[in-house]
Design a protein around this ligand. Structure first.
Ligand code: SF4
Length: 344
């Protein structure tokens, strides 16, 4: 069991600071803002607002000391999710704070640190800056990149996948992962050349066709082994007030893509909305479907359009019948079982 967090995929959470700015559709219902700004008034969200450094920097050192016992108990290294209420690679954070964080990470080698960001484009440069800001004495003994750092990118739709996964692959890290929560649309994971160059498949094909062997497209594609380049994928629907539904087929597709590519897949939750049991695909003339309640139900199309009344569906589209069951009732089973893949 996790020691101080309810998050399924980590053992601890540590927040080096609070405060952030919304940068993605995944931020629309930011839990951290609702808690730390609106409810507790401990930090203000938005550009130009000062970030607030926390007083809990001693905790990871205590966890690190106790790790030997944890290892005996759990048979694996403990995972720390860093910055659940902020973003490590936020442009508005004092760079020295980030340097201090990487110093702390270097001094807690018994813990794996999971740095999940919605600003993956900043990660490579800011990590290099964090190294350069270390005092000389620290830098000498540091192995870089730190071997206990996993870097994750939050990806909520195809546009973010296309934009951010190539950036994630450029960041030096022990493991690279995706947190696809809240998943807001179907995503096809892009493929990359598996030789280690990390070039997108289409670029690698073009270069093979233009190269000295003058391969045709069929030969070029056949000659390139591909990978998704990712060590772990976490998928989940949105929960909390105003939560948007996730079409369950989006999660199924990602599970299937991960299985085909040999990537561990963790299904975290359906979120606030559950699919109504049975293959309930509604068409516009199903507006009077027995039991359908527009106050608690909706239909979602495969491309993510949501209608509270099935009669509003476009003529040529079916919508999956979803019910606002609440996070607990909606649960985390997908096709009758849990999916708890982790990287080894
Ligand atoms: S990046 Fe995270 S903490 Fe920052 S606004 Fe978005 S959801 Fe909230």
């Amino acid at each position: 069991m996790a020691e101080n967090t309810n998050i399924e995929w980590c053992d601890h959470t540590f927040n080096p600071w609070f405060g952030c700015t919304k940068v993605s559709p995944g931020c629309d219902h930011c839990y951290a803002e609702a808690r730390m700004d609106t409810r507790l008034h401990r930090a203000n969200w938005g550009p130009g607002q000062p970030r607030v450094r926390t007083q809990t920097w001693g905790d990871p050192k205590k966890w690190n000391k106790r790790h030997a016992a944890f290892f005996a108990e759990h048979g694996r290294r403990q995972r720390v999710f860093c910055a659940s209420l902020a973003d490590v690679f936020d442009n508005e954070v004092d760079p020295q704070w980030r340097a201090d964080l990487f110093d702390l990470i270097a001094k807690t080698p018994n813990l794996d640190w999971l740095l999940l960001t919605k600003r993956i484009g900043n990660a490579k440069t800011m990590m290099a800056d964090a190294l350069h800001l270390q005092p000389e004495a620290n830098r000498d003994g540091m192995i870089w990149p730190l071997p206990n750092v996993w870097i994750g990118a939050t990806i909520v739709n195809q546009a973010e996948a296309d934009r951010d996964i190539p950036k994630l692959l450029q960041v030096p890290a022990a493991k690279r992962f995706l947190s696809m929560e809240p998943l807001l649309g179907p995503v096809k994971l892009p493929r990359f050349c598996a030789c280690g160059c990390n070039k997108p498949l289409e670029q690698a094909v073009d270069e093979a066709m233009d190269g000295p062997s003058a391969l045709n497209e069929f030969q070029a594609r056949a000659s390139i082994k591909t990978t998704v380049g990712i060590d772990w994928v976490i998928v989940g629907g949105e929960s909390g007030p105003g939560a948007r539904p996730m079409h369950p087929d989006w999660a199924r597709s990602l599970r299937d893509q991960c299985q085909a590519a040999g990537v561990p897949f963790l299904f975290k939750q359906h979120g606030e909305w559950a699919e109504v049991e049975g293959d309930y695909q509604l068409a516009p003339d199903d507006a009077e479907a027995e039991g359908y309640n527009p106050k608690t139900d909706c239909v979602i199309t495969p491309d993510g359009r949501v209608f509270s009344n099935p009669a509003d569906l476009p003529d040529d589209l079916l919508g999956r019948w979803m019910h606002r069951a609440g996070k607990k009732a909606a649960g985390r089973l997908l096709d009758g079982r849990t999916w708890d893949g982790f990287p080894t």
